[in-house]
Design a protein around this ligand. Sequence first.
Ligand code: G3I
Length: 348
Amino acid sequence: MNKLIRISLLVFIFTLLTYAQKSETDLLRNQVKFPLGASVNADMLLINKLYHYVANKEFNSITAENHMKMYRIHPEQNRYDFSKADSIVDFALKNGKRIHGHTLVWFDGTAEWLKNFKGTDMEFSNEVKKHIQTVMKHYKGKVTSWDVVNEYLSQNGDSVRDCIFSRRMGKEYMAQCFLWAHEADPKAILIYNEYGMEWSEKKLQAMKSIAFDFLKRKIPIHGLGVQFHVKTFDKEEQIVRTLTELSKTGLKIHISELDVMVNGHNQPNAVYTDSLKQLQTEKFMLIFNAYRKQVPAKQQYGITFWNIADNDTWLRKVYKINEWPLLFDDNYIRKPAYYKVLEKVKSY
Ligand code: G3I
């Protein structure tokens, strides 16, 4: 056995022993009154035993981090590839977890073939409809909810985002997508997912207005997804306000992509100091507390973390940032922040 395998095995056994000592009441997911989720990667579930173990033990709602995005699931006009997404769905169903679908229409998740589509605008719209309905019908009865459209607004929220969908289908494209989604699976919970309301009041108000407008026009929307890729220096007041204001719509509120960045200014030599750990813990506690207090129980769709552990955070992979934004460390062990949140939640 080579050294690396021996070390991995020891870490795995150590983590299992750590877990074995914990009772079910020490699981955060059992102490909150809403589903606790994480986004996962199909390959990691397959190859990394610790990852698989923690995903299964700690969370009861699962989102596919990337494998349901159009560029993965529908890579060519006449070819769908459900294999990886199916394996995530199988994992979730086998272990009794809710599945949240992410995401049907997203400018940054679009397949190249659609970006370069040469047909008319009407033909483009038909392709979008076909995509939404094919994917939703494939997962009908398995996937409970969908981010129908992700990141509809521009960066600072002053307009609809200029993207292939708004250019080809008009600014009203989101309403159309919700109608098609509802037609494909009338039982699915349909969500509009967005980021940045924790630092932009304008974006928060724009999201809220869209939700009220959809409700008025009877567009079938059932929930709002608040990504919350939060930074330690984001203002407490605006985080709380985001949840308060959006709850006024009466729609389900999903904190859909939670992480708390400690290196928000992307310093190349950043160190995970005790004071940053403290600030991060406080932010996590604030968010869990605000979710309980500001969002009425029947609107609490859940809190989903974006990735499982610091080891697999998207921030390291995609932006190559030194980050430690989650409740599990590089060895998939619970961080002190986990226990602080647990303590807080137990005290309610
Ligand atoms: O799988 C390939 C690998 O084969 C290749 O060697 C490597 C080289 O760059 O790229 C790998 O793919 C990357 C993939 O993540 C897996 O790590 C893509 O380039 C990269 O673009 C992709 O980024 C994802 C991003 O969305 C864009 O789809 C992130 O993992 C994912 O965490 C991120 O998630 C988004 C949410 O969907 C929406 N909200 C924001 C959030 C963070 O950006």
